[in-house]
Design a protein around this ligand. Structure first.
Ligand SMILES: [Zn+2]
Length: 340
C-alpha cells in the first residue's frame, strides 16, 4: 500500500489524450492531474470502522487540488444541500450494500474499511479515481463529461478496484490489467442493477450511462452488452473495445490496453448473466466474486486462467447444477477464450 498505485481512473488516458490533442483545455489539465496522482506515493489506508456497519466520510475539495478537503457529510448525517455530496454518499452506500448483502463482504477490504470520498476535485476535472485510499470525483467540464458522482456504476467500478487490490491483486497491465478493469465494470454494473432491482434482461449493461454531456454522440463510456458501441463522436473518437479475443488490441498505450481489452471478459460476463437469467448478482456475480476472492488466482492471471477460475468456482458453488459450469464455459467460448 505504500508503493505507487496504478491510478484507477474511470476515463481512459487515450480518451483524454485525444481531447487534449484537439486543444480541449480541461482534458489537458485533467491529464496533468492524473499524471501527478499516478506518481504519488500514499501512506497507510484510512482506518477501519471497527463496526460491522457502513462508515462513510465525504469531503469537498472546493475545486482545489488538495486532498482530502473539508469534511461535509459523515455516516448517518442528514443529506447536504450539495447534490454531488449526496450522490457520492449514496453511491458508496450502494456499493457497500451489494458486497454485504450478496456476498457477505464487510466493505472493500472485508474488514469494515471506512469509505472516504472527495467531491468537487479540481477545476472542470474530467475524471474520477480510486487512489488506494479514497474515491475522488471531478465535476467534469460540462462540455464532454458531466458530474462524475452522477453514475452509481462509476462509483461501484472505482471501489471494486479496492476490492481487487485487497484480494486477487491483479497486476495493472495487459491481460491481468484488462481483467482488473473488467472486474470493476462487472461489479460496477451489478451495484447499479442491485440498487435498481433489475434482472440481467432489464439491465442496460452500460458503464457511465449519463456521464457524457448533451451533444456528445454516445450513450456511455463502455458497453458490456455490445463492446465497441458506447460512443462514436468527432471529439471522443470511437469506442475501441473488442468483444472477442480474435480482435484483441496489442498496444503499449493504456498499460497495454487495460480499458480496451476489458471488453472481452466484460462480454463473457454479460453472456453468462443473460444465459442464466434472473438477477445477475446472484449466480453469475457470485461465480465472478468467488474467482476474484478465492486466493487461487495469480496476480498475473491471463484471460484463460481467469476463465478457468470461474469454471472451478461454478463447480464448487453449484455442485448439484453442472449446467451452471457448462454455461460459464460456453460464455467464455463465445468470446474466444477456452478454459481448457
Ligand atoms: Zn477502472
Amino acid at each position: 500500500m505504500t508503493a505507487a498505485m496504478p491510478l484507477c481512473a474511470i476515463v481512459p488516458p487515450y480518451v483524454l489524450d485525444r481531447l487534449a490533442e484537439a486543444g480541449h483545455e480541461p482534458a489537458v489539465r485533467s491529464l496533468a492531474l492524473d499524471a501527478a496522482h499516478r506518481a504519488a506515493r500514499l501512506a497507510a489506508p484510512p482506518p477501519t470502522s471497527g463496526a460491522t456497519g457502513l462508515s462513510r466520510v465525504i469531503a469537498d475539495a472546493g475545486h482545489s487540488q488538495r486532498l482530502p478537503g473539508r469534511t461535509v457529510r459523515t455516516e448517518g448525517r442528514d443529506p447536504a444541500a450539495d447534490a454531488s455530496v449526496n450522490h457520492a454518499y449514496d453511491g458508496l452506500g450502494a456499493t457497500f450494500a451489494l458486497y454485504a448483502d450478496a456476498y457477505g463482504r464487510r466493505s472493500i477490504d472485508g474488514q469494515g474499511l471506512r469509505l472516504d470520498a472527495t467531491v468537487h476535485y479540481g477545476q472542470d476535472y474530467d475524471n474520477a479515481f480510486w487512489n488506494g485510499q479514497r474515491m475522488v470525483f471531478g465535476d467534469g467540464d460540462g462540455e464532454i463529461f458531466g458530474d462524475f458522482t452522477a453514475c452509481i456504476d462509476v462509483i461501484g467500478h472505482e471501489l471494486t478496484h479496492g476490492v481487487t487490490q485487497f484480494t486477487a491483486g491483479l497486476e495493472y497491465h495487459d491481460q491481468p490489467g484488462a481483467l482488473n478493469e473488467s472486474v470493476s465494470d462487472v461489479f460496477g454494473s451489478l451495484v447499479k442493477q442491485y440498487a435498481l432491482h433489475q434482472t440481467a434482461a432489464d439491465a442496460d449493461w452500460l458503464i457511465g450511462a449519463g456521464l457524457l454531456a448533451p451533444g456528445v454522440q454516445g450513450v456511455a463510456l463502455r458497453s458490456m452488452k455490445a463492446p465497441g458501441t458506447a460512443y462514436d463522436d468527432p471529439r471522443l473518437g470511437k469506442d475501441p473495445q473488442p468483444a472477442h479475443l480474435r480482435d484483441y488490441v496489442q498496444t503499449s498505450e493504456d498499460n497495454g490496453g487495460v480499458h480496451i481489452n476489458s471488453g472481452i471478459p466484460n462480454h463473457a460476463f454479460y453472456l453468462l448473466a443473460t444465459a442464466l437469467g434472473g438477477p445477475a448478482w446472484e449466480r453469475a456475480g457470485r461465480i465472478w466474486y468467488d474467482a476474484l476472492t478465492g486466493r487461487r488466482l495469480p496476480a498475473d492471471a491471463d484471460f484463460t486462467a481467469f476463465a478457468r477460475a470461474t469454471v472451478a468456482a461454478a463447480k464448487a458453488r453449484y455442485p448439484d447444477q453442472p449446467s451452471v459450469a457448462d454455461t460459464v464455459t460456453a460464455a467464455w467460448a463465445q468470446v474466444g477464450v477456452s478454459p481448457g
